[in-house]
Design a protein around this ligand. Structure first.
Ligand SMILES: [Zn+2]
Length: 104
């Protein structure tokens, strides 16, 4: 449990590992569906069709998650830039805010 509380290196490492695993699962699902889309179907209990259904559900769920993450990152970037615009252009600068020392 040390990675949850202390060092940021463990958090970054685990975050990168989770991102890589999610992208790997998404890409593998895409590749499986793309390669097996026109398979020789054996009928109602086809294991390839069942796997394609699982892959499509995985793509839908992870696609929704990736879309939500992209939306959150976009909103975060926009609010960060709006904050920077507000701080640098709307708030008037004073000698104190610019840390100008008047006494020699
Ligand atoms: Zn099939």
């Amino acid at each position: 449990m040390r990675f949850l509380t202390g060092d940021n290196r463990y958090r970054k490492l685990i975050s990168v590992a989770v991102c890589v695993m999610v992208l790997f699962a998404l890409l593998m699902a895409y590749f499986f569906v793309a390669t097996e889309l026109h398979h020789d179907c054996c009928g109602e209990d086809c294991p390839i069709c069942a796997t394609i259904d699982i892959c499509v559900n995985t793509i839908k769920q992870l696609g929704n998650a990736v879309g939500a993450i992209v939306f959150v990152l976009f909103v975060s970037a926009v609010t960060h830039n709006l904050h920077k615009l507000y701080v640098y252009h709307v708030i008037p600068h004073t000698l104190v805010s610019r840390k100008v020392r008047l006494n020699p």
